[in-house]
Design a protein around this ligand. Structure first.
Ligand code: GLU
Length: 400
């Protein structure tokens, strides 16, 4: 007789990643022969730049196919530290000892939640936020506290809103700018006010900066640029989005040394390290600066053109509540008026759009805002225009 599977209490609240589920579903439908416009996945559609691929191939031939240090190869950590020192005052003393390279930035975020938070702790999550923040905090047995963003300010939160949601149990904040799913970017002043509050209250700030290089109205600030000190900062970044290297799984954290040591010990029992050849690919991305900067600039220009083309389509429905994105590659809009009397209007809307128009998008329930939906424009421009057109048409039709 088969042993009955009774999920352990570790995963009592666990839900599968909705962002990943949508892109898997889109791929499965394509495999069945359906024409699907995939605007679900937050994944650059560009190839990884050729010089990075070539350097990674060379690293395999040079024999870099064995274990590395848990925290990653030294030259990569040195390159990450050198980049952080350029960000601004709080980054000035970052060294390779403060850096832990992980399997994508996702693992760094997970490491951080696990070593910093535990039972009884509350962690403020400016909402909407990337689906995995809530799950990671819960897996650490802490409680994610939803702090709803202001629709009049790109669904961002302010220091005052965070202060109002805090309790004596608050231990940290999950900060993400540019933000997934809204594309909103926190100004330097907004960031500074939040970082000042966190410092005054002894909270940890986990600053997820994975979209920092993808911004359209000037540069998006790093927490290291505006903070007075990095004593309570965990800055997380990686190569996935800016360098179109999602599948390489290389991310990292920059933290005070004691935290790095704990994260490293934790990771040593989980995945050990990310693939050695992928680390060499990331090393190439970070050290061949001129080529990398040119590649990023070219990709950002294409995102900018797609964003502009999509905004022209959205302009045909001026009443549709839409966050105007200044960074990342997402549009976030409220469909609740089109699907009233539904617990999760965004879920119903996304299901209908996929069924009738073959356009895959992510329901806002994944980001704890069930009335909304997320559209990724990391797809060819004609598909972005067609997908957004179908979404706006459906919204208009349902509102009639
Ligand atoms: N972060 C991306 C997204 O939001 C990739 C998938 C994931 O890991 O969530 O779509």
């Amino acid at each position: 007789m088969a042993v009955e599977f009774r999920p352990s209490s570790n995963i009592a609240l666990l839900r599968e990643s909705a962002t990943i589920a949508v892109s898997q579903r889109a791929k499965a439908l394509r495999a069945e022969g359906r024409r699907i416009i995939d605007m679900g996945a937050g994944e650059p559609d560009f190839d990884t730049p050729a010089f990075i691929r070539e350097d990674a191939k060379r690293s395999i031939d040079a024999g870099h196919t064995h274990y590395t240090a848990t925290e990653g190869i030294l030259p990569l950590r040195e390159a990450i530290a050198a980049q952080a020192r350029e960000y601004g005052p709080a980054g000035a003393d970052v060294s390779a000892l403060d850096v832990v390279v992980s399997n994508g930035s996702k693992q760094s975020l997970f490491n951080a939640c696990f070593v910093l938070f535990g039972p009884g702790d509350e962690v403020l999550v400016p909402t909407p936020a990337w689906t995995s923040y809530y799950e990671m905090v819960q897996l650490a047995r802490a409680t994610p506290v939803v702090v709803m963003g202001d629709p009049r300010n790109g669904l961002k939160v302010s220091a005052e809103m965070l202060a109002a949601a805090a309790t004596p149990r608050t231990r940290g904040i999950m900060l993400n700018s540019p933000c997934n799913p809204t594309g909103s970017v926190y100004s330097r002043e907004e960031l500074r006010a939040i970082l000042d509050l966190a410092r005054a209250r002894d909270w940890w700030v986990i600053a997820d900066e994975i979209y920092r290089r993808i911004s359209y109205e000037g540069s998006a600030a790093s927490a290291l640029e505006v903070a007075d000190s990095r004593d309570n900062l965990v800055v997380v970044d990686g190569v996935a989005k800016a360098y179109a290297m999602t599948g390489w799984r290389v991310g990292w954290s920059i933290t005070p040394r004691a935290v790095s040591k704990a994260m490293c010990a934790f990771q040593s029992h989980a995945t050990f390290h990310t693939a050695s050849m992928a680390q060499y690919g990331a090393l190439s991305a970070l050290t061949r600066r001129a080529e990398a900067d040119a590649a990023i600039a070219a990709m950002v220009e294409q995102y900018r053109a797609r964003r502009a083309a999509a905004l022209r389509v959205f302009a045909q429905a001026p009443e549709l509540p839409l966050v105007r994105p200044d960074g990342a590659f997402y549009f976030y809009f409220d469909v609740s008026a089109a699907v009233p009397d539904h617990d999760e209007p965004g879920t119903a809307f996304a299901a209908r759009l996929l069924e009738h128009a073959g356009v895959a998008i992510v329901p806002g329930a994944a980001f704890r805002t069930p009335g909304w939906v997320r559209v990724s424009y990391a797809a060819p421009e004609e598909q972005v225009v067609e997908g957004v057109t179908r979404a706006v048409e459906l919204w208009t039709e349902l509102r009639r």
